[in-house]
Unconditional design. Structure first.
Length: 1031
């Protein structure tokens, strides 16, 4: 290392201007506190996935018809959206959902606007009978902030739904931070005009005539302006229905077939009733039926603040007696609860880590004043970090706070090196000012270099895209900010305060450390002559550890336990809702009997979540919220699932499939698949796709890691098929559209117009009497048209049959697919699993025109794995560059960098014994961080060796002397870093799962690097400098 002139620089200025430094520090504290108060609080960073979703609903329309009329049209128009790389769709009865996928880094707002333009063009090709299309982007920050269940002890389901729709849900819209409310469940009021088709035919009308009549009569029409001598009046022709009686007494137009009939009114041929829509979804919370109210917050708002305002509003309603006495309100899900829990735990990890670090400092320095100086560095550096977070618009979330918690140990590293060196110089009898100045000049270069290496090791993460970049960028920025803040504090406040301590360190209190130092000197003196042998042994262990790491189980994220479990139930298609609900009630009762359960939210006949509502009479779900981990005897969610699953199997629910799984963190998606395991078959014919999928499932069922295997088309529903007799229909001048429209009006009915009551609006639905259509043959008698007074019925123009049809049709890049999905245990290596599956698939004959491919998780996993290797190599290279630039030398940076690979031995121990052999993306980030952290001690030690040699010491003696001088700061910085991250690594509380692997790898790696720094680096120095002169 070249002989550079060492000066204190900023540290010397701080020693000479202590008042200025203290006042500037106080200023930073105040500004940092102000910045902290302005930070938003959320669970996750701002993640906007590069997806645009489009959804169209037309209730009652079969999946194949939805595919032809809607999905294909949407795909064709949307696929040409600029920058779109993939278009996927799910089509089911009455629902078409298309998902546009863009590359990460795309301006999703611009993409949304472009897709909206394409959608407007596509609407020209879509039937007008569908509900308006909904287009939105996938933004986890706009997930429901709160979900409530509203129930009543006296009101009917219709009355309760109306009250929630038009009153209760509106109360929250003026609360700051609330974006929208969505209502689901219950019975929705509607006015039904139930036609007697025989009377209708006798009167000479078609059902379409009545629909037209209702639409024409139910309207208020602007009728111009009347100008008078002194003023003017706007004219309005009033025709809106103001009561059910008005609708009943609506005169019918004179039919040309019954011109003698006079004064015929609507009630003569129809029954008009105040009723409700068909019940398709039942909702309960803890066995209590109710209405679900979902509340979504605005983007860039504080989750906890919005949730607190909502709770306050509800309490205010109660205290002001605005809430009717019969109404009960329960919370199904409150996102702020888990946010508070996760952030409190991260804060606890940071605070406890800081206290442990202070304990280590005190045990080594045995001086409360010097310990308090180090303690002042932590809040000051933290508030500087908050200031930088505020300037970068970073919220407080599990990632940014995790970065701060990880940085706690690193925050005091530079401070310790500086203060320990000041204390050492004071022990030599120097005055406080001179001791501080000399000490600062000695270590400024080292701590600057170590800080720079810490930064360059992690900063490349900011330049990568994909989900990794979205998730970890805020952690890296926060950690980097903390590291920079620690350097500023170490070069300013610490020298200024250290120079004011008059009394030297009491050496009598350091007998333990003196004994430790003497023993270390004996060990090092004994080992140095055997440097090559020791290095060879270390290398062998490194090779073996690296080989084991290559065989580690790969995963993207560790399983996070929010205490949420999903239970899905399905049975034969076509099953009535009431039959499904009986089985759901049995499972619901069993679940609520478990002592670990807090709430059980049941959705029978589909699901409702936020803006999404999906009806399927043969499907239901139970969302279980477990009690906090401490209140369920530390039983993990996965273990609870295993235990409860066994009890459900004992119920022997014949004909029902019950599937349980732990819910991950909402908002984090790593796959395009439906489940943990996703395999896709692409082709044109559903029958062939089904056959291939069933063959594959039969083969891979023998793999024990795959649970609950299923495919998209295994659930076939029966479909009523009406085959038009084209010649006969043509003879009668009846089109296929006429037949389809008449059937739709007869079976499902059709909303003809709306009934307005005050400020409430309800549908007026026109349909046939249900009692007229009880059996299949009754459909034959539905009147399609009138020809010269004679009713033309369905059997005259069509044949009726029943055939199986898929319940859902999946497509990928405008081609049909069949998706095989399965649950996978969290301890399974997904990459090895998918390779085993493809070994089996590749031996199977796949028909021409059909391909089998992974559903997306493997690509994400491979991308994250390759990215981590690239980043690790880049980190090591940049660390080496920084050191060579800093010291204008290659030799000593090579010595320092050679110590980095040996930390992989500690990483292997972490993965094998603390992480269950699993190498996740957070663990890989920990390895990359280590590349910048572990060189700190080596830099300090090698630089001290150079100082000793410059003072004329012989090489071996210089190594021994430097090792003795730097033993204490190396031990202190390593142990404070380890203990600072230890609470996060232990992961004893909920919400710590995400960063536990990262902290664990760093703790084990740093612990082992202590051995590398104290033993291996001195040996490497002697080996590399072997041919040099003795001095």
């Amino acid at each position: 290392m070249s002989k550079l002139q060492r000066t204190g620089g900023l540290a010397n200025w701080s020693i000479q201007r202590p008042i200025a430094v203290i006042m500037l520090s106080l200023t930073v504290l105040v500004i940092g506190l102000f910045s902290f108060d302005r930070l938003n609080i959320n669970l996750l960073p701002d993640i906007i996935y590069p997806n645009v979703n489009i959804r169209i609903l037309e209730p009652g329309t079969p999946a194949k018809v939805m595919e032809d009329k809607f999905t294909r049209q949407l795909e064709e128009q949307l696929a040409i959206t600029e920058d779109a790389i993939r278009v996927q769709s799910d089509t089911s009865e009455g629902r078409s959902a298309v998902n546009l996928i863009f590359p990460y880094g795309t301006d999703i707002d611009r993409a949304l606007q472009d897709a909206s333009t394409r959608l407007d063009r596509a609407k020209r090709f879509l039937p007008q009978t569908a509900e308006p299309a909904v287009i939105y982007k996938r933004d986890p920050s706009q997930l429901p902030v709160m979900e409530l269940i509203v129930s009543s002890s006296t009101r009917s389901s219709v009355e309760l739904r109306s009250w929630v729709d038009y009153e209760f849900s509106k109360w929250f819209l003026n609360i700051e931070g609330v974006a929208s409310t969505e209502v689901g469940g219950g019975l929705v009021r509607e006015i039904q005009v139930i036609i007697d088709q025989e009377k209708l035919a006798a009167a000479g009308y078609k059902i379409a005539d009545i629909k037209q009549l209702l639409q024409n009569e139910n309207q208020d029409i602007s009728s111009g302006v009347l100008y008078m001598d002194t003023h003017k009046l706007s004219a309005r022709t009033e025709g809106r229905f103001d009561s059910i009686e008005t609708i009943s007494n609506l005169p019918l137009n004179t039919s040309p077939l019954n011109s003698s009939e006079k004064n015929l009114i609507l009630s003569d041929i129809a029954q008009i009733i105040d009723a409700h829509q068909d019940e398709e979804l039942r909702i309960r919370l803890n066995q209590q039926p109710g209405i679900k109210l979902t509340i979504q917050k605005q983007p860039d708002t504080n989750t906890i603040d919005v949730a607190d305002r909502l709770h306050q509003q509800i309490e205010w309603f109660k205290t002001q007696n605005l809430l009717p006495s019969d109404i009960q309100i329960e919370t199904v899900d409150d996102q702020s609860v888990y946010v508070k829990h996760a952030l409190n735990n991260a804060s606890y990890a940071a605070i406890s880590g800081a206290l442990l670090a202070m304990l280590v400092v005190y045990l080594f320095l045995r001086d409360i004043r010097r310990t308090l100086i180090v303690a002042t560095a932590i809040p000051l550096a933290i508030f500087i970090t908050f200031l930088i977070m505020s300037l970068n618009d970073i919220s407080l979330n599990i990632m940014s706070l995790g970065g701060l918690a990880l940085g706690i140990g690193l925050l005091v590293d530079n401070t310790i090196v500086m203060l320990e060196n000041i204390s050492r110089h004071q022990m030599l009898g120097k005055t406080p000012d001179i001791a501080a100045s000399n000490a600062a000049a000695e270590v400024t270069s080292a701590i600057t270099a170590s800080t720079t290496t810490n930064l360059v090791a992690v900063l490349p993460f900011l330049f990568i895209g994909g989900l990794i970049g979205l998730l970890f960028s805020e952690l890296i920025i926060t950690l980097s900010a903390a590291i920079i803040a620690s350097l500023v504090v170490a070069l300013t406040l610490i020298p200024a305060l250290g120079a004011k301590i008059q009394a030297p360190v009491d050496q009598k209190k350091n007998t333990f450390f003196d004994t430790l130092k003497q023993n270390y000197k004996k060990v090092l003196t004994f080992l140095l002559p055997h440097s090559l042998l020791i290095f060879s042994l270390f290398s062998i262990v490194l090779i073996l550890s690296s080989m084991q790491l290559l065989d580690a189980k790969n995963s993207f994220f560790p399983t996070m336990d929010e205490g949420k479990v999903s239970i899905s139930i399905s049975t034969e298609p076509g099953t009535r809702l009431s039959e499904l609900d009986k089985t759901l009630q049995i499972i619901e009762k069993l679940v609520l009997q478990q002592p670990e359960v807090s709430t059980a939210f049941v959705s029978s006949g589909g699901f409702v979540f936020g803006r999404s509502q999906f009806q399927k009479s043969n499907r239901g779900s139970i969302s279980v919220q477990l009690k906090p981990l401490s209140k369920r005897n530390n039983i993990s969610s996965s273990n609870w699932v295993k235990k409860t699953n066994k009890k459900i199997k004992k119920l022997q629910l014949a004909g029902y499939k019950v599937r349980m799984r732990v819910k991950g963190v909402r908002g984090i998606h790593t796959s395009h698949g439906d489940d943990d395991f996703s395999l896709r078959i692409q082709g044109s014919e559903i029958e062939v796709l089904t056959e291939i999928a069933e063959t594959i499932i039969e083969k891979i069922r023998l793999i024990p890691e795959l649970k609950n295997l299923s495919h998209s088309y295994e659930e076939q529903s029966n479909e009523l098929v009406i085959k038009v007799k084209r010649q006969r229909a043509a003879d009668l001048n009846i089109s296929t559209e006429d037949i389809g429209t008449a059937l739709q009006l007869a079976l499902n009915g059709q909303v003809a117009t709306e009934y307005i009551e005050g400020d409430r609006e309800y549908d007026i639905r026109l349909r046939l009497q249900r009692s007229e259509i009880k059996q299949l043959h009754d459909i034959n008698n539905i009147i399609i048209s009138l020809q010269q007074g004679e009713a033309i019925r369905l059997f005259d123009v069509a044949d009726i049959s029943i055939s199986p049809a898929p319940s859902i049709i999946k497509r990928d890049n405008q081609l049909r697919i069949n998706e095989i999905s399965a649950s996978v245990n969290s301890d399974v290596d997904y990459q090895q699993l998918i390779e085993r599956v493809f070994d089996i698939v590749n031996e199977m004959p796949i028909p021409d025109g059909y391909i089998v491919y992974d559903g997306g998780t493997l690509d994400t996993l491979k991308e994250s794995s390759s990215t981590s290797y690239i980043l690790l190599a880049l980190a090591v290279f940049l660390v080496f560059v920084v050191m060579t630039v800093q010291y204008e030398s290659l030799t000593n940076p090579v010595i320092i960098i050679l110590g980095v690979p040996f930390t992989l031995i500690g990483v292997y121990l972490a993965v094998e014994f603390a992480l269950d052999g699993r190498l996740s993306m957070p663990a890989r980030l920990g390895i990359i961080m280590l590349a910048g952290i572990v060189v700190n001690n080596a830099i300090v030690l090698v630089e001290q060796i150079e100082i000793c040699r410059q003072q004329g010491m012989e090489k071996v003696n210089a190594v021994l002397e430097a090792a003795m001088l730097r033993l204490r700061p190396i031990l202190m910085t390593s142990l404070t870093s380890v203990f600072g991250m230890l609470p996060l690594a232990l992961g004893l509380s909920e919400g710590s799962e995400m960063l536990k692997p990262l902290a664990t790898v760093v703790v084990f790696g740093l612990s082992f690097s202590l051995l590398v720094s104290l033993i291996l680096i001195p040996m490497l120095y002697l080996l590399v400098h072997k041919k040099e002169s003795l001095t």
